[in-house]
Structures are given as structure tokens and as C-alpha cells.
Design a protein around this ligand. Structure first.
Ligand SMILES: Nc1ncnc2c1ncn2[C@@H]1O[C@H](COP(=O)(O)OP(=O)(O)O)[C@@H](O)[C@H]1O
Ligand SMILES: [Mg+2]
Length: 373
């Protein structure tokens, strides 16, 4: 049987905070998550006082670790903006499918719309699509941000060849990275790669809140979020944490991937996020030698599925060596081959999305911008 939160709080009561008050009375503790002898919670403290809190965090970990039945413990110290004005990170929620957070998540000031790029499973080209889509939206004249929320494999730093860390502004807020005209922030900057998977789930909630609230996003027409793959509890909780205007589902054409895509659509519908549409990635293969097109994955599945589910079909992206090589080299095709055929495909998809955002914003479609082929 797992320890109760009360038992843990009792032992934390013997750990004094920097001012001598027992830790549970300092108002810094998040919800305590206990699962199979593993204990997780976070302490949110004033950014200016982090140094004073670090030894407290250590002592708290030692106190909990010494309790019978505890196998491991992880306490994350998160900094709050000086003056305590920033909202607390959301309580880590081990259980999803519950009710949306009582205080609905808010978009950062100046950010007009947030859209999610999601997929039923990893490896379908979600991040590649997110990046090129963001660049496509940029080409339509929008100011675009990219938020990498993929806890399982944050890949935006690689796809956009970002090696630097975001700088902190006055020690309390983070300055996002600019690349290819995009404003970029990645969960990879906040969660260490070595963090065991089991902790990533709860940690991601506070990391997400931080990325939304403590990053100087500036004025953005649209923020594109690279979501973690899958349709489980973690994804559902995240979808509830971020105030999404809509979701784009990426799928490959195979039946199995489409089943996952269907789950993705169902998940967003459950939390009342409109589906902006489905993108079929690795849709067909154009032989670089003979130029002939091969439908190696039985192309067209996603379009049929989109019709079946009554959601827009946004377009097909071929499986192409150039997309792969450019992506993996941090030189996304839309930015580096803007006149090529792939860039046009992504821009066309971006235009379909932009039109829908315009509609939901003002009640009528945004003026059409003609894209040259
Ligand atoms: N249309 C495409 N053509 C060729 N390679 C692609 C295409 N889309 C994605 N890839 C490659 O497939 C791999 C997985 O893509 P990625 O975007 O990282 O997927 P996910 O984010 O879904 O895990 C990467 O090596 C990427 O370069
Ligand atoms: Mg990815």
C-alpha cells in the first residue's frame, strides 16, 4: 500500500524552511503524487530565494526517502517570478480525464491563437510537420511561435538547429530563441534528458505553465505547439492545460496509424478543442531517380478517414529524402528551399489553417493571400 499524502506531509513538517517555518506551512508545496513507492512534488519559490531553498529541497528529499515504503523521491524546485505575481505551476496531476483545471489556462498576453500539432503515435513526422507548418504560416505574413511540448522526445532544437539555451531576463523570465523568423521555446530546455520517464508526466505540467507564463513570447498571431505523441492521459491533461484554438492531427496513411489518428480526434473533441484537420505525412514516395510516384503506404487513407470523421483534410506531404535530410540537419525545407515543391505543400496546408483561425476570430474568413507556385 502506498503512503498517504498526510504521512508525507507529517514528515515534511519536521523540515524547516529558510525562515524556520515547517515546510508544509510555507505555501510552496504542490500536490504530492505518490505512486508505487515513488514520491513526487514540486516546491515553487521566489526566484530571488532559490539559493536559500535548495538545501531545504535536499533535506525534504532526505526526510521522505527515509520513510519506510518510499523507493524514490523527486522534488523539483521551480522559481516563481519575484514578487510572487506569477501563477503557481499547476499541481502535477497523475490522474487525467478528470475535470479541466478550475482556473482555465490562459494564453500568454499578446498571443492571439495557440494550435496543437498532434499525432496518435511517434515517428509519423509530427515535429517535421509542426516546424514546416510554422514556417508556412510565417510565409503568409503571420508572426509565429513554436512551443515544443513533446516530453518524450523534444526535437525542435534539432530541427531548427538551436544549440543555445534561452537567456533569463532579470533572473525571472525567459527570452525565447529566434530562428528562421520563428519565436521558439522547447521543453528540452527545461527538462533534463536524463529525467526518468515516470517523472516527466507530472513535471511537464509545471514546465508547460512556465513555458506559457514565464517566457517573453511577445506579440504572436499564432503559436504552434508540438504535442507529445499519443492519446493517453498525459496528452489529455496537456490539451486541457493549454488554451488551444484547434488541433492538427498528423498521420501516415497506414490503417494502424489511422486508428491512432482517430483516437487523437476523439481526444480533442472530448475536451472541446476544434479539429483544424488531418495532414497525411509520408503520403506517397516520389522516386528521386525516375521521378515516378509510388504509393508505398497505400496513400489516401487519411483523406478517407478525414471524410469519415467529418474533419477537414489539409493535405498530403510526400515521403521524400530532401524533407528528411533537411529536417534532420536543422534546415527545414520551407525555410531553406522556399521555391521547392515541398515548401508549397506546407504553405498550402498553412493557408487552410490560417483561414480557419481567421473564421473563429472574427466570424468571417481572413482575406485570402495568393501563394505563388
Ligand atoms: N515527409 C517526410 N519525408 C521524409 N522523411 C520524413 C518526412 N516526415 C518526417 N520525416 C523523417 O521521419 C523522422 C521522424 O520525423 P519526426 O518529425 O521527428 O516525427 P515525430 O515528431 O512524429 O516523432 C525524422 O527523421 C524525419 O526527418
Ligand atoms: Mg517529434
Amino acid at each position: 500500500m502506498d503512503l498517504s499524502k498526510e504521512q508525507i506531509l507529517e514528515s515534511l513538517g519536521r523540515v524547516p524552511g529558510p525562515d524556520g517555518r515547517p515546510l508544509p506551512q510555507t505555501g510552496t508545496l504542490s500536490e504530492i503524487v505518490v505512486s508505487d513507492g515513488k514520491v513526487f512534488f514540486s516546491m515553487t519559490v521566489d526566484a530571488a530565494a532559490v539559493k536559500a531553498w535548495e538545501p531545504v529541497r535536499k533535506r525534504a528529499e532526505e526526510a521522505v526517502r527515509a520513510m519506510p515504503g518510499v523507493q524514490s523521491v523527486l522534488i523539483a524546485l521551480t522559481a516563481e517570478r519575484a514578487g510572487g505575481a506569477a501563477a503557481k505551476p499547476a499541481a502535477p496531476s497523475a490522474r487525467a480525464g478528470g475535470h479541466p483545471a478550475p482556473q482555465a489556462a490562459q494564453a500568454p498576453p499578446g498571443v492571439k491563437a495557440i494550435i496543437a500539432v498532434a499525432s496518435g503515435k511517434g515517428g509519423v513526422g509530427k515535429s517535421t510537420t509542426a516546424v514546416n507548418l510554422a514556417l508556412g504560416l510565417r510565409d503568409l505574413g503571420l508572426k509565429v511561435g513554436v512551443l515544443d511540448a513533446d516530453i518524450y522526445g523534444p526535437s525542435i532544437p534539432k530541427l531548427l538547429s538551436i544549440r543555445e539555451r534561452p537567456q533569463s531576463l532579470g533572473g525571472t523570465r525567459l527570452k525565447p530563441i529566434s530562428r528562421y523568423g520563428l519565436t521558439v521555446m522547447s521543453i528540452g530546455f527545461l527538462i533534463e534528458e536524463e529525467t526518468p520517464m515516470i517523472w516527466r508526466g507530472p513535471m511537464v505540467m509545471s514546465a508547460l505553465t512556465q513555458m506559457l507564463r514565464e517566457v517573453e513570447w511577445g506579440e504572436l498571431d499564432v503559436m504552434v505547439v508540438d504535442m507529445p505523441p499519443g492519446t493517453g492521459d498525459a496528452q489529455l491533461t496537456m490539451a486541457q492545460q493549454v488554451p488551444l484554438k484547434g488541433a492538427v492531427i498528423v498521420s501516415t496513411p497506414q490503417d494502424l496509424a489511422l486508428i491512432d489518428a482517430r483516437r487523437g480526434v476523439a481526444m480533442f473533441r472530448r475536451v472541446n478543442v476544434p479539429i483544424l484537420g488531418i495532414v497525411e505525412n509520408m503520403s506517397y514516395f516520389v522516386c528521386p531517380k525516375c521521378g515516378e510516384r509510388h504509393d508505398i503506404f497505400s496513400h489516401g487513407g487519411a483523406q478517407l478517414e478525414a471524410e469519415r470523421m467529418k474533419v477537414p483534410f489539409l493535405g498530403e506531404v510526400p515521403l521524400h529524402m530532401t524533407i528528411r535530410e533537411k529536417s534532420d540537419a536543422g534546415l527545414p525545407v520551407v525555410a531553406t528551399e522556399p521555391d521547392g515543391p515541398h515548401a508549397k505543400i506546407y504553405r498550402d496546408i498553412a493557408a487552410k489553417i490560417r483561414d480557419q483561425l481567421g473564421e473563429s476570430d472574427s466570424g468571417h474568413a481572413a482575406p485570402k493571400i495568393v501563394i505563388e507556385a
